[in-house]
Design a protein around this ligand. Structure first.
Ligand SMILES: NC(=O)c1ccc[n+]([C@@H]2O[C@H](COP(=O)([O-])OP(=O)(O)OC[C@H]3O[C@@H](n4cnc5c(N)ncnc54)[C@H](OP(=O)(O)O)[C@@H]3O)[C@@H](O)[C@H]2O)c1
Length: 313
């Protein structure tokens, strides 16, 4: 038997016949996840809240990847009641992977809420994907070995959840609320895998993070993203530390495609967790706290009225 070749981000294995969904696939890292997955021959569906931005992204992917099987569905993670309809519109009988990539990050106050009354970042990044997972589970279970890939963040490394104030009602600080929303997502991804294993499911849940991924280090994909020469030159020193969004996409792409990746693992960039080739990382110590994850899960069920573990079996 020949040894498994090392992972090569430029020579991805073929995935013809498989179906992948990328939330927020119309821009940023999600766009590049979708572009790279499209090159494997798989069908890639972009989940996007804007039909116009989705159209621009699918056109760009088709222009770069001959024969790309890419399409889009309308998906707004800030609108929880709409997510069942969004999943119906996928028009597929099985889903081989979903990349929970979409995310919103606010830099300044005031505190904002979704239409459902949840703090915007916690409500979109965590609760939106929590509810989406519930709706997707029958499609994921219909594939032979599907994966849920959740995009975390380095910003979550220094944060801790306040389980008594998940919605940042008492003391709202935008950067902290963002980091906590990403931490909630990462706890969710690991807890989901434990519940899937307990239920004997064929679905696996993997957590990834992109390192630091700047638009100014990202190649142009007009009209999705246009990088001016000035921005490119002034960002050059930053490339020592961080990377572009095309490279930030790679841990998620590997988590979708590499047969060696297992549920419950954490993957990120190789160099200080900020840039470079995707590699497995030890699960951060605070992420290994199962009691926090379980309490977050229960609180998320209460806030949304759904429990994805009921669909895990
Ligand atoms: N860039 C980094 O350095 C970095 C570092 C750590 C983690 N991350 C994570 O990586 C992911 C992608 O980040 P990015 O830098 O690529 O961000 P981005 O360029 O701002 O793209 C975010 C994507 O999420 C979509 N989105 C936002 N709110 C949504 C909603 N309510 N429903 C559906 N889609 C929604 C956006 O859609 P619109 O085009 O409609 O706005 C866009 O497609 C996020 O989860 C982020 O937290 C990024």
């Amino acid at each position: 038997m020949s040894p498994t070749p090392p992972w090569n981000v430029r020579r991805l294995p073929g995935a013809e016949g498989r179906v992948f969904l990328v939330t927020g696939g119309n821009a940023g890292i999600g766009y590049f996840v979708a572009e790279q997955l499209s090159a494997t021959g798989a069908t890639v569906v972009l989940g996007s809240r804007s039909p116009a931005r989705a159209e621009a992204a699918t056109a760009s992917i088709r222009a770069r990847v001959p024969g790309a099987r890419v399409r889009a569905v309308r998906l707004d993670l800030a609108d929880l009641p709409s997510l069942g309809t969004a999943v119906e519109s996928l028009a597929t009988e099985r889903l081989d992977a979903v990349v929970h990539n979409a995310g919103v990050a606010l830099d300044d106050p005031p505190r904002r809420e979704t239409g459902d009354g949840h703090e915007l970042m916690f409500g979109t990044n965590h609760l939106g994907h929590f509810v989406l997972t519930q709706w997707l589970m029958p499609l994921l279970s219909a594939a032979p070995a599907a994966r849920v890939v959740t995009m975390g963040s380095f910003a979550a490394k220094s944060e801790r959840l306040d389980l008594d104030d998940l919605q940042s009602r008492k003391d709202y600080r935008p950067k902290r609320a963002y980091g906590r929303s990403k931490l909630a997502q990462m706890h969710f991804g690991l807890e989901l895998d434990r519940r899937l294993r307990a239920a004997g499911s064929t679905v696996a849940s993997v957590v990834v993070h992109p390192g630091g991924a700047l638009d100014s280090l990202t190649p142009s994909r007009p009209p999705v993203h246009v990088r001016a020469t000035g921005a490119r030159l002034s960002a050059a020193p930053a490339a020592l530390l961080v990377q572009g969004k095309h490279a930030g996409a790679r841990p998620a792409v590997r988590a979708v495609l590499d047969p060696a990746v297992r549920g419950g693992q954490l993957w990120g960039p190789r160099v200080f967790g900020l840039r470079g080739e995707p590699r497995r990382e030890a699960v951060w110590s605070h992420l290994a706290d199962r009691s926090v994850a379980a309490r977050l899960w229960d609180a998320s069920c209460e806030l949304t009225g759904v429990d994805p573990s009921t669909a895990c079996g």
